[in-house]
Design a protein around this ligand. Structure first.
Ligand SMILES: [Zn+2]
Length: 252
């Protein structure tokens, strides 16, 4: 589900900084040590508390005891990776390398999701906000929130980033067009969900069967979560209502 794996980004300089912790793979730690060239890692900025971004904190803390670990709190989850987390809030300025980054709260994929913004070059460390070549999973059972995600995309679009360094996939050289395509894609999906409800579907699984053609069996649970995320957004917007397990459209 993480494609070819996940990136961490090293910012060398006065405050050697790693963006995201990875999963603690010993080969990753060796490569990190080599890239540091004898410098001590000062800190790890974690974009969000999903295991592929945060779980490596424990192994890094063991091998690099000088490092601090920073993230926005996600109280239900942060205890899984037992390092002394330093709390980051939206808008915080964080010294990193020979410059500084600003934390941008971008919830949706995860409630604690942060992007790290470098205004001077308009570069952004994007975590899982955007992944070139695919869409981003909004896990409705893990506090994913589609409405929040769309607001986060708009917020980052307004910054007009020139480049995005993501948690997965290639560096994004045209972030604005990718983010706009995401917004259009979600709008289209929302229309499909409403259409399925109008045709009499009431459950996420039947909606999935209708709107995702040729979906591999292994991906059905994720599609169901995505559809549920759409239904929850529509419910909050007063467009659908839930009765037990069934969802119904509210025609105006
Ligand atoms: Zn994630």
């Amino acid at each position: 589900m993480t494609g070819a794996g996940n990136w961490t980004w090293l910012i060398p300089g006065r405050v050697p900084t790693l963006v995201d912790a990875g999963v603690g793979n010993p080969r990753h730690l060796d490569a990190l040590e080599e890239a540091l060239g004898g410098a001590a890692l000062a800190q790890v900025l974690v974009t969000h508390g999903h295991s592929d971004h945060a779980s490596g904190a424990i192994a890094i803390a063991e091998r690099m005891p000088a490092a601090r670990f920073l993230k926005m709190p996600w109280p239900e989850r942060d205890h899984r990776w037992e390092v002394p987390w330093v709390s980051v809030a939206d808008g915080d300025t964080i010294e990193a390398g020979d410059t500084s980054l600003t934390a941008i709260h971008t919830p949706g994929h995860a409630p604690d999701h942060l992007c790290f913004w470098h205004g001077g070059t308009r570069a952004m460390f994007g975590g899982d906000l955007a992944i070139e070549g695919t869409t981003v999973w909004i896990p409705s059972t893990l506090q994913g929130d589609l409405a929040a995600y769309l607001a986060s995309l708009e917020r980052v679009l307004a910054l007009n980033p020139a480049r995005m360094f993501p948690g997965h996939g290639p560096v994004i050289d045209a972030p604005a067009s990718l983010l706009r395509s995401y917004i259009a894609h979600r709008r289209e999906r929302e229309g499909q969900v409403l259409d399925a409800l109008r045709r009499g579907d009431t459950r996420p699984e039947t909606i999935v069967a209708r709107i995702y053609s040729d979906l591999r069996e292994a991906l059905v649970p994720r599609a169901r979560e995505t559809v549920t995320a759409h239904l929850q957004k529509l419910e909050r917007g007063g467009r659908v209502r839930r009765a037990g397990e069934a969802w119904h459209i509210i025609e105006t």
